[in-house]
Write a protein that binds this ligand. Structure first.
Ligand code: 6GU
Length: 265
């Protein structure tokens, strides 16, 4: 997979030399190149921004500079996927990571200031590229670089061969089950008076699986009720439904819903 990142702070992306993504680059699984946007500026001060039409605070990144950059890094024939990190984008999820991991060539355009002139994304779409404007959550960062790091790590670990044991990708949070992951433990079995749950030491695989499933359901109900409401009821067994009922979730009209709250007088 080829990934190009364009930023006015290319050093921000130095962390991509480390860990599993760094190894994927060194072994050739990931051809990742970082570019300085100012290389496409043309004036003496290498200006990349200007004041917004319509007024308002802050500066907007210029379309001409970005246009030249993207002409150089997007593949010919509209075959690229342009990702623009922005707090006004769709929220990036594991589903986006899975889709991006299938692409041959992704370009990530990191904006700073108040963002990039909207015609840049419009022109890339018109040229046939896929364009995804993506946010990593409901808070504001100063620029897209940290979001680019997040996204590259999320899709990079899904490339075949990047994570040593592919089984560790199967049961994780935000996977196909739609549940958060159960709590995990390792040696020693007793530490500072805290014991590992007995069932995990029992060697009884069916009981261990049921215990993990129950803990995943409890955790998800406590931390992410939105994920419980989105569960496919047909994929749940009787034990799942009993645990969820104990946590105040009932099936009605084919969906899980929180049990009726008493109406205030
Ligand atoms: Cl992708 N960019 C910026 N600047 N802020 C963000 C973000 C992205 N996602 C959440 N906040």
């Amino acid at each position: 997979m080829r990934v190009d990142v364009v930023s006015i702070f290319p050093d921000y992306l130095a962390a991509l030399d480390l860990s599993l993504v760094g190894k994927a680059r060194r072994t050739g699984l990931l051809d990742l190149r970082v570019h300085d946007l100012r290389g496409w500026a043309t004036d003496r001060h290498r200006t990349v921004d200007d004041t917004p039409f319509g007024g308002g605070a802050g500066m907007v990144m210029r379309p001409d500079v970005w246009g030249r950059a993207l002409d150089d890094v997007l593949p010919a024939g509209g075959a690229g996927h342009l990702v623009v990190p922005t707090p006004s984008g769709e929220v990036f999820t594991q589903r986006h990571a899975e889709r991006l991991a299938l692409e041959a060539h992704v370009v990530i355009a990191c904006g700073r200031y108040e963002g990039i002139d909207a015609r840049v994304a419009e022109r890339a779409r018109a040229a046939g590229h896929r364009v995804s404007e993506l946010s990593i959550g409901d808070y504001v960062l100063n620029g897209g670089e940290v979001a680019a790091l997040v996204m590259i790590e999320a899709f990079g670990r899904l490339l075949p061969g990047v994570v040593g044991n592919p089984h560790s990708l199967v049961e994780e949070s935000h996977g196909a089950a739609g549940l958060l992951e159960y709590p995990v433990y390792t040696k020693p079995p007793a530490w500072e008076g805290l014991e590992v749950p007995e069932v995990l030491l029992s060697g009884h695989h069916a009981r261990i699986e049921r215990w993990r499933r129950d803990r995943a359901l409890e955790r998800t109900a406590a931390r992410r009720p939105d994920m419980v409401a989105a569960l496919d009821v047909a994929a749940l067994d009787k034990a799942d439904l009993a645990v969820l009922a104990g946590l105040g979730w009932q099936v009605s009209d084919g969906r899980l819903r929180p049990a009726e709250e008493p109406v205030a007088e």
